[in-house]
Design a protein around this ligand. Structure first.
Ligand SMILES: [Zn+2]
Length: 388
């Protein structure tokens, strides 16, 4: 896992003048330091720091001000940060307790859990109903995966900036049919003002792009792999000479093999102008009849469907080529790799070392936290910003 986490520090000499009174509701802004007092803490470096007792000039309330990296709790922010870091790197809550305690930093498993949940809760954006404020991109990549929570499979949708790979949102979905995907994705596409949706070749995503009026790029790697497998399988069946369905159209086995080879070549060169060629080949098989109910689909009918599908798919497959001409500095590579990588790195890698999450909010919270750290890989994620 690639993470760049910056741990909070404890600086015993660094105090900030209080911003507001410790008493709820008091508007006082002037405070007098009254007394310096000792405070024992759990930390890697400082077993003890001092706190200052301040008195509010407005209401007389006396409250404590702590040095940087320490609050009213016993465990320093650095130790909390270390706990979060170790958990994200793959240790269980209990294992974090063991490691830190063996190093002299007594922190219970429940405190580890609380620190992790607290940090996860403070991750900004990353959810459909609350994306990063003002973030804009022309292209959104989307994909769906699932994780086990408390014995149940939970469907998780992930949306990324398809140009730079930034994760925009990780959400639980009720399912992955077209309506459910649209209900999830449309607000995201609108919020970032996207023109293009990038996805795998699932039909549901095609409907989402059509119904939301977005251009669509279908992942060229997915389509390439699927096509290669089908071409190979169909060619092998033709080679055995046992399927006679081509005779009825009629098309010779040699012609069919040549057509399949041609498709394979076109699917990898992806010239936008090849669409009429696909149509032309499709027409050769257009009359292939659908086998009766319960009967296996024969070669002629399967080739017919394959060419019809690729002919219709073509504009979605080669979209990135024409888009490139108009958007020089923003690159779509024609794949949904940013999304797949995000699933692998930010959702699946940490998840693999556990027997599933116990709760859905944990599954989402931890995935969002790791993805947020991923978004901040280049400058590092300051855990201090996410710890109270
Ligand atoms: Zn006050």
């Amino acid at each position: 896992m690639r993470l760049n986490l910056i741990l909070p520090k404890v600086e015993p000499g660094h105090f900030e003048y209080p911003k507001k009174c410790g008493r709820k509701g008091c508007q006082g802004v002037r405070f007098v330091p009254r007394q310096e007092v000792d405070k024992k803490i759990v930390d890697a470096e400082h077993p003890q720091v001092t706190a200052w007792r301040y008195e509010c000039k407005s209401c007389g309330y006396v409250f404590r001000v702590y040095p940087k990296g320490v609050n009213h709790k016993q465990i320093s922010k650095r130790v909390n940060g270390m706990a979060v870091m170790m958990y994200l790197l793959g240790l269980s809550y209990g294992a974090v307790e063991l490691v830190l305690s063996s190093l002299g930093m007594g922190i219970g498993k429940t405190s580890v859990y609380r620190a992790v949940q607290e940090v996860a809760k403070r991750v900004p954006g990353m959810k459909q109903e609350k994306l990063l404020d003002g973030y804009r991109t022309k292209a959104v990549g989307a994909d769906v995966t699932s994780v086990r929570c408390n014995g149940q499979w939970v469907t998780v949708g992930i949306a990324v900036d398809a140009i730079n790979g930034m994760v925009l949102s990780i959400d639980e979905l009720p399912g992955e049919d077209a309506e459910q995907l649209k209900a999830w994705l449309e607000p995201i596409l609108n919020a970032v003002d996207a023109e293009v949706l990038v996805s795998d070749d699932a039909d549901a995503f095609k409907k989402v792009s059509d119904e939301t009026g977005r251009s669509h790029q279908v992942c060229k790697s997915h389509v390439g792999r699927n096509t290669d497998a089908l071409v190979e399988e169909l060619s092998a069946i033709i080679g055995t000479g046992q399927d006679r369905s081509l005779e009825a159209i009629p098309v010779t086995p040699e012609q069919a093999l040549a057509d399949l080879a041609c498709l394979k070549e076109m699917i990898h060169s992806r010239h936008p102008e090849d669409q009429p060629r696909l149509e032309g080949i499709y027409l050769r098989y257009a009359n292939a009849r659908k086998p009766g109910r319960g009967k296996k689909h024969d070669v002629a009918y399967r080739i017919r469907n394959l060419f019809m599908d690729r002919w219709n798919l073509w504009p979605r497959l080669v979209f990135y080529r024409t888009w490139k001409e108009e958007n020089d500095d923003e690159i779509l590579d024609g794949t949904n790799n940013h999304c797949e990588r995000a699933i692998g790195w930010w959702i699946k890698e940490r998840y693999r070392s556990m027997r599933g999450y116990k709760q859905e909010h944990s599954a989402l919270g931890i995935s969002r936290l790791i993805a947020f750290a991923g978004n901040n890989l280049s400058r590092g994620l300051r855990l201090a910003d996410l710890l109270a």
